[in-house]
Write a protein that binds this ligand. Structure first.
Ligand code: ZN
Length: 420
């Protein structure tokens, strides 16, 4: 009896503490700090026209597209999010979130690809109407890489723009004792972009092994990573860090974790492919997708993700189900940049190294899951193929790979700066 009672009290106590922690967290995310707060009210969805109504003045709106699954996102500055609701016509569902205390985000899940055309605030600034136009999947994907469309309410009917930009950081997975951060090499100028090169596998995880020479993927990737680093450092245009500079084991989350902690601008994980057929050859570049682009990509993801599993134990930090709409969207924007870089890398490196047909593939690779660092996994060739393995293990071959990466990296950042 006595024990029972104590146990119950203890449980309530723990429950309360969890609840109050939750409330504190919710408070941090949701409590508006600005006085302006037009609430997103009714949303009217017609066949090709959508109207958002606000109960007060808002500061402005911007829209952007997110591909695969296709969505239209609208950020309403100076507004509080309303309720999510069912869609109609081209819009399957409308979801709302609050990525910052004074910005409401409305996400239209599309039933089929469509883009925003036109769009204007009413004369009193209290509603925003825009049209949707169905487009092909290819057109949508191209449009998704474009900049945001900005819209402003008429002067005099405009709330003051939010003064500060807030951001919400959602912890991913359980905190683990962090591995030591690697040295950053290159010019001592923190304004230069930082590229993190990740040599795949290492330590007790050899990766794939060549059936001809016995060469191990972990050694080839390390040599390639060093060659890439040397070329990038020599360019003087970027700073570089390696996730590992020797033969050590890192779980996949630690690899992208290093890139995140260093606030890297680009993450390149270097690998060498393997196939049962020794004739399979050529390089490919993978970017993150929830859905693999084909069965082979799914198999590759299964193989590469296995690096976390030693003696049947998954050593990776199990990321809790973080279903924040913000995180999801940040990741989509990151994925678009990653895809751009993948295409650029193929273009720049294809003179020096051989790529497979359909070289850019998609798969759910753990090592690419940093939500805020554009990331690619570069399968530089097949270690199971005699010619590829010799090429990748040779200093001449490594130099060619490095040069391709360096050229792509330089163009990538030049484009980013130009876009700003
Ligand atoms: Zn690998």
């Amino acid at each position: 009896m006595f024990f029972n009672k104590r146990w119950t009290t203890l449980r309530i106590g723990r429950h309360r503490r969890a609840m109050s922690l939750l409330l504190v967290l919710l408070g941090m995310i949701w409590v508006p700090t600005a006085t302006l707060a037009g609430q997103v009210g009714a949303i009217e969805i017609g066949d090709s026209e959508i109207t958002l109504r606000f109960d007060d003045l808002v500061a402005g709106a911007s829209s952007f597209l997110l591909a695969g699954p296709d969505r239209i996102a609208l950020d309403i500055a100076g507004a509080q999010a309303g309720r999510s609701l069912q869609g109609a016509g081209l819009v399957r569902a409308v979801r709302q979130g609050q990525p910052a205390p004074d910005t409401a985000r409305i996400v239209l899940d599309l039933a089929r690809p469509a883009v925003v055309i036109g769009g204007r605030f009413a004369a009193d600034g209290r509603s925003l109407t825009f049209q949707l136009r169905p487009v092909s999947a290819g057109e949508f994907e191209r449009a998704a890489r474009g900049p945001r469309t900005q819209l402003q309410p008429p002067a005099g009917f405009r709330a003051k723009p939010p003064e500060k930009r807030y951001s919400v950081t959602v912890p991913i997975g359980k905190p683990k004792p962090a591995v030591a951060l690697p040295r950053i090499e290159g010019p001592d100028n923190s304004r230069l972009p930082l590229v993190v090169i990740d040599a795949g596998h290492g330590g007790h995880d050899p990766g794939a092994i060549s059936p001809h020479s016995g060469k191990r993927e972990k050694d080839v990737t390390l040599a390639l990573a060093r060659a890439i680093r040397d070329d990038l450092v020599a360019s003087g245009r970027v700073r570089v860090a390696l996730t590992r500079a020797d033969d050590r084991y890192l779980v996949l989350e630690e690899r992208y974790g290093i890139a995140r902690r260093l606030k890297a601008d680009l993450f390149i994980s270097v690998h060498a492919d393997a196939a049962e057929s020794e004739t399979a050859n050529g390089a490919s570049i993978y970017t993150l997708s929830e859905v693999a682009s084909d069965r082979e990509a799914a198999r590759l993801a299964a193989r590469e993700n296995k690096a976390n599993i030693i003696n049947g134990v998954d050593l990776g930090a199990h990321s809790g189900e973080v279903s924040s709409i913000l995180l999801d969207l940040t990741q989509r924007e990151t994925m678009n940049v990653s895809s751009d870089f993948a295409r650029l890398l193929q273009r720049e490196a294809s003179e020096a190294i051989k790529f497979r047909t359909h070289a850019h593939r998609f798969a759910s690779l753990i090592v690419l899951k940093a939500p805020d660092v554009p990331s690619v996994l570069f399968e530089t060739g097949f270690i199971s193929n005699k010619v590829d393995a010799e090429f990748l293990a040779s200093p001449a071959g490594q130099k060619k790979v490095a040069r391709g990466v360096r050229d792509a990296v330089q163009i990538h950042f030049a484009r980013q700066i130009a876009a700003r």
